[in-house]
Write a protein that binds this ligand. Sequence first.
Ligand code: PDD
Length: 287
Amino acid sequence: MSRIVYVNAEFVPEAEARVSVFDRGFLMADGVYEVTSVLGGKLIDFAGHVARLERSLKELDMAMPMSAEALLAVHRELVARNEVIDGSVYLQITRGSSGDRDFVFPDPGVTPQTVVMFTQSKLGMAETPLARTGIRVISIDDIRWHRRDIKTVQLLYPSMGKMMAKAAGCDDAWLVEDGMVTEGTSNNAYIVRGNTIITRQLGNDILHGITRAAVLRFAREAQMTVEERPFTIAEAQAADEAFITSASMFVMPVVEIDGAKVGTGKPGALTARLREIYLDESRKAAI
Ligand code: PDD
């Protein structure tokens, strides 16, 4: 089915959507994005995604293109027009096109931002069989820039990381810097010891996951202990359980790291419980 996408205040068939070849998103990766999940036709954690979008834009001296309410209206309209039941809405805002290539930022008063949104349908994505088998990860060096807290569209290295994982017969990669895991290529990383969940603390080294914030809140409410600190691959391999979180994977068990089984090599009980709580609570709060 051909999608209706949103480009600069217009809803158009995807084949008719146009962005300039001089767009700074295309030439310089000068843009930010968000991915908001849709379950049962409703948006998951929309407020969190908008808050992070606003922060990413501010860190790059860019303004919000429209109010949170207007963004919500466009998200909802896209979900409705494309009849999305389960899936996601992708949003990207770039510094626009000044009509030429130039390292210097254009004057925002003269050059409008480019705002693009589109949907991706994935019916039944919360029931993926992957959650019952878990995923296998490899570790790779984290050679990304040092503002990973800004959700920019510079995704070449994460993309290369997924290809390295694929070449190794695995599903994804965990990034390691100074001997410590930062995060996954497109998700936050966690290990479990007993009733304790361990995940790296927030800072410039990782993306401040919206799913992470919700999952840690639910974990604390369920009397689990949360320790926000870095961990090594060796500690992860020796942990009882491991998992990742993201808007598209929710809570996903990790059963193997660099060829070593985590725990029994099967998804752990705490991870399964957290996934269930997260999905239940998120569906209830969806808008
Ligand atoms: N990725 N860390 C990185 C590097 C990410 O790219 C993402 C999200 C996350 C998890 O953030 P959240 O829980 O807010 O989705 C952590 C999205 C899903 C993507 O690029 O498709």
